[in-house]
Write a protein that binds this ligand. Structure first.
Ligand SMILES: NC(=O)c1ccc[n+]([C@@H]2O[C@H](COP(=O)([O-])OP(=O)(O)OC[C@H]3O[C@@H](n4cnc5c(N)ncnc54)[C@H](OP(=O)(O)O)[C@@H]3O)[C@@H](O)[C@H]2O)c1
Length: 332
């Protein structure tokens, strides 16, 4: 197939070790080797994309680079028997947008093993409103339902205004759970309530519970997206034999804790890694997002931008000034 020109966000490192971003024209010849060439129609923005676009070496080692851990589009060329040209597909995480040219380019080329066939009841655009954030929320909730959590149970969600948090609040409230969400640094309580949270609480003051290995039992389970004090608060407040999922460190990577939640309350702590989660679990989560967990206000938690306007949106994530999900229309 003839090489094609396309547009992409390109992050470059300057001589004085700063990072600049611009929309540039590239050729598909510059893409990495891969089984499947996908024309990207939609992408989305996640916390990790901001890190990649800011020169965070823990996410992206080499620049110039095109970030974008999420992509949804149409197979253009395939050497894999599993995917045919014209098929609609979703690619999230693995190495996409980290050290492999990502979804903020109009083309990606990836191994077939990274690709999910788009479920029938989900449009490509909708799949990017969920994106990695929605997938991570779904993987967290799958852990809790597999743990035995049933409709009507009371769940705590931290980072309720963020991408993962707002997705978790929406899925859980739509699926019939009672949700208490922790507000962000900025007051987003009306936004969080509009997604179905029954209650929004302020970020707990760590001084109030300092030295207490356990707190009053309040929730059946918790979805934590922040780490640090919020995760220890959740582990100390969940009822006996409950479960807590941990996926993020937006507040802190530290975890200051005693063993008491585990040995006196039988609490289970589940780690969530959407990047390397097995394809079978990934496909199961996408089926749930396309079915029972597809909440009717999906559109209202998202803001859509065109590729050429993506740079200020990434700056907003850096400044903590965004809410909900930002999807990127990659079409000219
Ligand atoms: N393990 C995985 O597979 C996986 C997948 C996706 C994301 N993640 C991680 O999950 C975390 C959340 O991701 P996201 O995309 O939802 O990020 P996001 O959209 O930036 O949301 C972050 C949320 O955290 C709140 N927040 C930030 N710092 C806080 C602090 N110090 N105390 C209390 N609240 C704070 C923000 O509120 P304000 O806006 O008011 O500050 C916002 O509600 C990140 O650490 C990300 O890397 C992990």
């Amino acid at each position: 197939m003839e090489a094609k020109k396309y547009r992409a966000l390109v992050v470059r490192e300057t001589e004085d070790k700063k990072f600049t971003s611009a929309i540039e024209e590239l050729s598909t010849e510059s893409l990495p080797e891969g089984d499947v060439l996908v024309r990207v129609l939609y992408s989305s923005l996640n916390y990790k994309d901001m890190l990649s676009a800011s020169g965070n070496r823990g996410v992206t080692k080499k620049y110039p680079h095109t970030p974008g851990i999420d992509a949804a589009g149409i197979v253009e060329k395939s050497s894999s028997a599993d995917f045919m040209p014209g098929e609609e597909v979703i690619v999230t995480s693995y190495d996409l947008g980290m050290n492999t040219s990502g979804g903020l380019g109009q083309y990606i080329q990836v191994p077939a093993s990274w690709i999910v066939k788009k479920p029938a009841n989900l449009a490509l655009r909708e799949s990017m409103i969920f994106g990695t954030a929605g997938l991570t929320a779904a993987l967290s909730i799958l852990k809790l339902t597999d743990h035995g959590l049933r409709e009507g149970a009371e769940i705590l969600v931290t980072g309720g205004s963020g991408g993962v948090g707002s997705s978790a609040v929406s899925i859980l409230s739509h699926a019939g759970y009672r949700v208490t969400a922790v507000n962000g640094i900025f007051d987003e309580s009306s936004f969080i309530k509009s997604m179905g949270a029954d209650e929004v609480i302020d970020i707990p003051d760590p001084a109030e519970s300092a030295g207490k290995p356990l707190l009053k039992e309040r929730w059946d389970a918790a979805v934590d997206t922040l780490g640090g004090n919020l995760l220890t608060f959740a582990l100390r407040s969940v009822k006996s034999n409950g479960a807590v999922t941990c996926c993020g460190n937006a507040a802190s990577a530290d975890l200051s804790l005693t063993v008491y939640p585990f040995i006196l309350r039988g609490i289970t702590l589940y780690g969530i890694d959407s990047q390397n989660c097995p394809m079978q679990t990934r496909a199961r989560a996408w089926e749930m997002l396309a079915g029972k967990w597809k909440y009717p206000w999906l559109e209202s938690i998202s803001t859509e931008v065109k590729l050429q306007n993506v740079i200020p949106e990434i700056e907003k994530i850096k400044a903590g000034k965004h809410k909900g999900r930002i999807i990127v229309d990659m079409q000219d």
